[in-house]
Design a binder for this molecule. Structure first.
Ligand code: PLP
Length: 446
């Protein structure tokens, strides 16, 4: 495993945020649009391994990975070297003007790594939202149909079409309409909140979704079903058993393109290269971004050759899509994931965290649910004593304490009551344990 130059220890030398961060925050308020949020107003100097160092010299434990992006760690030396080498040769030609080999090589790698051994093609883009938009374009073009199905609690991005696909109004959609048409929302298999209990959730939710698609939309009108195999922003919801295979089978039987949005779950995050691998589900199209290039902006749609190649020449692309430095970074990232066995490492991180978190939940009944896959773990906070009403106040207090102690934690969930943990896969066990101890203290102090 590559070692980071950043010392792998938490260190708190000022109050958090420190004076330098506070000064930058002042400047920010009169320069940066208010609509852009930050989980913590702590400004970064450098980062690596499981540590983020701020401008005041504090070293924070990273349970966020910049939202599941730096799976291989920040500034991994192999990523830096390969991207730097590329930057020194050329920064941009536009693949649509003069192509280059690294774009082709990233597509070859994606075609090899994504689920299924059928013939595949890929297209490279800049962001997760852009990948989802392109997947829908491809599905519509290939099927000649218009309707797109998404699910409760879904998050697919912030562009107009992906806002329409995203479930949660505040903050993603509020005031930003009108939204793209021909988007239909179906029930999601959310085991913790399924009325008849988690055991029946997968099959019952699939049956409901399929009935509603059939009755409300007409299966023959549906171009694509878009789903996150583990929902991210929605609260790390692992669908009830059988849900994904049933939806995928319904799609196959009705000529509907099954799109797995693996923007957050991809690249070893869940303990497999892709989350679909856990259930043996083979999507027709898969969207990737976040973890793909060690922090550089890159995204992709990969899928069945006959669907991908159904689009007319010139129909897909973008000025920066598959930028050469981002492609070089992606190739180094993929090599690092495979060479360092990071999928296995993610699974081990998950086991380690789940054990401690389940013990914590046994002590504090406001932790209603502990869930996740691999190094994508969350706890859902409720009132306790059998009352599942979301407990946003406790969540805010816990997160505030952890942040002040130098633990980077993120929140999620339709009801704003989920704490999610996404450490870089190169983090040491000692930092995971220390981070969990801080979390335990936060609950003890409530
Ligand atoms: C983050 C995310 C997106 C959007 O990606 P951006 O790069 O922010 O546009 C889409 N889908 C899922 C599942 C995501 O987690």
């Amino acid at each position: 495993m590559a070692t980071s130059e950043v010392a792998q220890a938490r260190r708190i030398v000022t109050e958090i945020p420190g004076p330098q961060s506070r000064a930058l925050q002042e400047r920010r308020l009169s320069a940066v649009a208010k609509g852009v949020g930050s989980a913590m107003p702590i400004y970064v100097r450098r980062a690596g391994g499981g540590i983020v160092e701020d401008v005041d010299g504090n070293a924070l434990i990273d349970f966020g990975s910049g939202i599941a992006v730096t799976n291989v760690g920040n500034a991994d030396p192999r990523v830096v070297e390969r991207a730097s080498e590329q930057l020194s040769r050329f920064t941009h030609t536009c693949f649509m003007v003069n192509p280059y080999d690294s774009y082709v090589e990233v597509c070859e790698a994606l075609n090899r790594l994504t689920p299924g051994d059928h013939e595949k093609r890929s297209v490279l883009l800049n962001s997760g939202a852009e990948a989802v938009e392109n997947a829908v374009k491809i599905a519509r073009s290939a099927t000649g149909r218009q309707a797109v199905v998404a699910f409760d609690h879904a998050y697919h991005g912030r562009t107009n079409l992906t806002m329409a696909l995203t479930a949660k109004n505040m903050p993603y959609k509020e005031g930003f309409g009108p939204f793209a048409g021909e988007v239909y929302r179906m029930p999601m298999a959310y085991p913790y909140r399924w009325a008849t209990g988690p055991e029946n959730c997968g099959t019952e939710a699939a049956a409901q979704a399929i009935e509603q698609i059939t009755k409300q939309v007409g299966a023959h009108n549906v171009a694509a079903v878009v789903i996150e195999p583990v929902q991210g922003e929605g609260g790390f919801i692992v669908p009830g058993e059988g849900f994904l295979p049933a939806i995928a089978e319904f799609c196959r039987a009705n000529g509907i393109v099954f799109i797995a949005d693996e923007v957050q779950t991809g690249f070893a995050r869940t303990g497999r290269m892709f989350a679909c691998d856990h259930e043996g589900v083979v999507p027709d199209l898969i969207t990737t971004a976040k973890g793909i290039a060690g922090g550089l902006p890159l995204a992709a749609v990969t899928g069945r050759a006959e669907l991908m190649d159904a689009v007319h020449g010139g129909g897909l692309g973008g000025t920066y899509g598959g930028n050469p430095a981002a492609c070089a970074a992606a190739l180094a990232t993929i090599e690092a994931i495979e060479a360092d066995g990071l999928a296995e490492r993610a699974a081990a991180i998950g086991e380690r965290m789940l054990g401690r978190l389940r013990a914590l939940a046994a002590k504090h009944d406001i932790i209603g649910d502990v869930r996740g896959r691999g190094a994508m773990i969350a706890i859902e906070l409720v009132q306790g004593g059998g009352d599942k009403t979301p407990n946003t106040e406790a969540m805010a207090e816990v997160v505030k304490y952890c942040h002040a102690q130098g633990l980077i934690l993120l929140t999620a969930g339709t009801y704003g009551n989920v704490i999610r943990m996404l450490p870089p896969l190169v983090i040491g066990d000692d930092l995971i344990d220390e981070g969990l101890s801080i979390l335990e203290e936060a609950f003890a102090r409530l």
